[in-house]
Design a protein around this ligand. Structure first.
Ligand code: ADP
Length: 157
């Protein structure tokens, strides 16, 4: 049985920190689905979801076992539908831990077959957060060092 993991998140934007978790996850899983969660009725993203799908696909084009999907439902349900028995998550600090701890308990309750697997962030990426990148990009600062693909300053919504 293939070991399929879902790597869910907003990825607004997808960063080198996320990339690191996915590539390290490949040592554990046969397939990784990067799942960009969105709410179709109330989308308040900074970077368009279509743009992120395109950029992530591009960043992993050499890895056929890594795919990208978007979803607007419970993560636990989406995992089940896609045959993913694992949820891959990254942990940067205790704030991430508090949040991930409660969300993984809920996900386990919703889908008992789903196991959450956490990787501790590589130190060189620990300070990268999507929210800081959005802020820097908004004021036309240089964000390319933090992203595994290139972006123009006109790339936001
Ligand atoms: P969410 O919208 O669920 O907070 P994000 O897109 O911000 O999702 O992040 C998805 C996952 O990636 C989460 O597990 C988060 O902890 C992890 N993550 C975010 N930034 C980093 C980073 N710099 N290094 C490693 N993991 C990260």
């Amino acid at each position: 049985m293939k070991r399929v993991a879902l790597f869910p998140g907003s990825f607004d934007p997808f960063t080198k920190g996320h990339e690191d978790i996915v590539l390290r996850g490949l040592n554990l899983f046969d397939e990784i689905i990067i799942a960009i969660g969105y709410n179709s009725t109330k989308s308040n993203r900074y970077f368009k979801i279509e743009l992120m799908v395109e950029k992530i696909n591009d960043a992993f084009k050499a890895y056929p076992s890594i795919t990208v999907q978007t979803y607007a439902e419970l993560t636990a349900e989406f995992a089940k539908k896609n045959g993913a028995r694992f949820l891959l998550r990254g942990l940067r600090n205790t704030t991430d831990f508090e949040y991930e701890n409660s969300i993984s308990q809920i996900n386990k309750h919703l889908n008992a077959d789903l196991e959450s697997v956490f990787l501790i962030t590589s130190p060189q990426f620990a300070s990268i957060s999507s929210s800081i990148i959005r802020e820097v990009h908004k004021y036309e600062g240089q964000v390319s060092d933090f992203l595994p693909y290139s972006l123009t300053s006109a790339s936001s919504v």
